[in-house]
Design a protein around this ligand. Structure first.
Ligand SMILES: *[C@@H]1O[C@H](CO)[C@@H](O)[C@H](O)[C@H]1NC(C)=O
Ligand SMILES: *[C@@H]1O[C@H](CO)[C@@H](O)[C@H](O)[C@H]1NC(C)=O
Ligand SMILES: *[C@@H]1O[C@H](CO)[C@@H](O)[C@H](O)[C@H]1NC(C)=O
Ligand SMILES: [Zn+2]
Length: 333
């Protein structure tokens, strides 16, 4: 599927009908898709450096609408696409408030219907009135939306984080997002189950590094869901937009609010093994919960008791949408 066809679809469907984010620039590339067996071997070996107990297998996707995952659709099967929308340069040093995207349009733009969308991004600030995290988990089928996405924001006292589930009528994201879009169907997936962290890297970094090492000269992208079953995780929630420019990591870390959030946390997002000349964020996961905590995943703070269970699929294509022209590479942790 080439850029030409997609550009054509974009011209045909998006621009004339919707006044919203008019003609979003779109680039796409085919990804290398290793066999799941090869990937399982790679991860079984690679994750041992960081976790005491490691088990990675190829399995039929369990019903992800059930506990502990509670996602909008059952499986990760059907035309898996990795999407990166916007980027950090629309937030830093100063916000570009006009960067608001409707995920219904994004699904149309990449030609997904039904579209099961999961991932991490900035939440729809126009909906809630302040900047927020977006934890995306929804499906759209023939225009009908089933929205289970959450946003997380900081309360009025600059104290606790507050998680809110979005209604079916609110399908926007802002500034940036890293998404996996599939048809939500059954099919084979990679199951990753690890316990007791013995190294420094977080769960996703460990997976990404193993993939980087094995498939060095290829472009690989993966998305999915994991649950931190035991322990706690360091997560951040963004404060409302800064009125003064945020110029470096130190200022960024003072602006973000960090929390130790408790398991079970259900995280969704994507990772890629390379920049692919698309100015990509190499990994990005946000988690929600059923006890009110939600945010951007950094790492668990409880290595002894940490236990992760995840299901992932490989993307067949990557779509880079509305890539920032004036870019920078910091603040992507
Ligand atoms: C969409 O979400 C609803 C609610 O979770 C679910 O019942 C339905 O099967 C999903 N549809 C698709 C196409 O995945
Ligand atoms: C899709 O939606 C349209 C309009 O809402 C309806 O007319 C059509 O029958 C639907 N198609 C399917 C396959 O459900
Ligand atoms: C989180 O826990 C760690 C280690 O237990 C502690 O050092 C840190 O101060 C805590 N952070 C917050 C924001 O509570
Ligand atoms: Zn984030």
């Amino acid at each position: 599927m080439s850029f030409v066809i997609l550009a054509f679809i974009s011209v045909l469907i998006k621009c004339p009908i919707m006044a919203l984010p008019t003609c979003l620039p779109l680039e796409s590339k085919a990804l290398y898709v290793p066999s799941l067996t090869s990937l399982a071997e790679t991860l079984n070996e690679g994750l041992k450096s960081n976790f005491a107990e490691v088990s990675v297998e190829v399995v039929e996707c369990p019903d992800l609408t059930q506990e502990p995952f509670t996602l909008a659709s059952k499986g990760l099967g059907g035309n898996p696409k990795i999407i990166e929308l916007g980027g950090n340069p629309y937030l830093l040093p100063l916000v570009h408030k006009e960067k608001v995207y409707d995920l219904k349009n994004i699904a149309k733009l990449v030609g997904s219907d039904p579209a099961f969308i999961i991932g991490a991004g900035a939440g729809p600030n126009p909906y809630i009135g302040v900047n927020c995290e977006g934890i995306y988990n929804l499906n759209i089928s023939n225009g009908t939306v089933n929205q289970l996405s959450r946003i997380s924001k900081i309360d009025k006292n600059d104290d606790k984080s507050e998680q809110i589930t979005l209604p079916n009528t609110e399908t926007r994201a802002a500034l940036m997002a890293n998404l996996l879009i599939t048809e939500g169907k059954p099919g084979p997936v990679i199951k990753v189950h690890v316990k007791r962290r013995i190294g420094e890297d977080n769960f996703i970094t460990t997976i990404r590094k193993a993939i980087e090492k094995k498939y060095q000269d290829k472009n690989v992208g993966m998305g999915g869901v994991f649950v931190l079953k035991e322990g706690k995780a360091k997560q951040h929630v963004m404060r409302d937009f800064s009125k003064t420019p945020i110029e470096n990591e130190e200022q960024l870390n003072n602006w973000l609010k960090f929390y130790n959030m408790s398991a079970p946390l259900i995280a969704v997002g994507t990772l890629v093994n390379a920049d692919m000349d698309l100015d990509l964020r190499v990994q990005h996961f946000h988690s929600f919960s059923h006890h009110g905590e939600a945010g951007h995943y950094h790492y668990d703070t409880t290595p002894e008791t940490a236990e992760y269970l995840g299901y992932f699929t490989l993307g067949e294509n990557i779509y880079r949408i509305d890539r920032p022209i004036n870019t920078h590479s910091w603040g992507r942790d």
